[in-house]
Ligand binder design. Sequence first.
Ligand code: R5P
Length: 297
Amino acid sequence: MKPLLLYDDEQVVLARRLGRLAGYALRRIEHKRFPDGESLIRVRAPLNKRRVVILSALDRPDPKLFPALLAAAACRDGGARHVTWLVPYLPYMRQDKAFRSGEAVAARVWARVTSQHMDRVVTVDPHLHRIHDLQTIFQVPVHVVSAMPAVARFIHRRLKAPVVIGPDVESKQWVSQVAAMENLDVHVLKKHRVSGTRVRVRWEVPAELKRRTFVLIDDIIASGGTMAEVIRQLKRSGCRKIVCIGVHPVFAAGAEQKIRRAGASAIVSCNTLPHSTNRIDMASLLAPTLRQLGSSS
Ligand code: R5P
């Protein structure tokens, strides 16, 4: 019997592509909410001795976490041999320390809970800042897939005279990979965070670059503050073509408008989360990992 890929309604597009490419049977997780807000989860598929992957879109994670854990429990109770959680966007990773006394380190709590319920985690370009290695916080194997080959391919095919910009030092890991793959100029800027939604970036753009296509690459677009601030800087320096690429299109309310108002020529994202800006498909990069998981004994 084929391994099973379970998905929620949000991830149907990615699930269908992955099912085809990786050779999985597909099944939607049935999810009902009672009037009091509690969830009822049902997995209607043969589970005994089967390898199962649960695909979740974990932006706005809190109401989705418990239903996913129930789905994992349903698989185990039905006799599944191995349950992998495919969470292309790994939430809570920016809360990687207690910034003030009395706060929990959410990234560690989330990793601990996940490790109790899943046998393995597969994710895409997690936000690693103060935690450098996911294996130090998860007690189950974590497999990280990079979106950068797909981002590099998109730039190669669609953009003329690109120069790659990392909005902050953390983005260096991604922009330097893309630049190396396509042999592009790259600049990493310094970002100063003023508040949860406001940041400050300063950069005097060298005159010889101003007519190029500026490709801003970041892992997460959340409030849109980072992208908008870099765009404003570039515009002030006379740059015209500015394309924003985000791996994880979290997009808090108003974020997309904020970036467009700042003057983005285009906003593009990977389909780690479903969003109208999805142009870069992750299925072909995720499929080899799933194929391997589905066939191991
Ligand atoms: C933080 O360092 C991340 O890499 C992103 O730059 C950040 O999460 C973007 O958030 P926002 O869209 O809220 O500025």
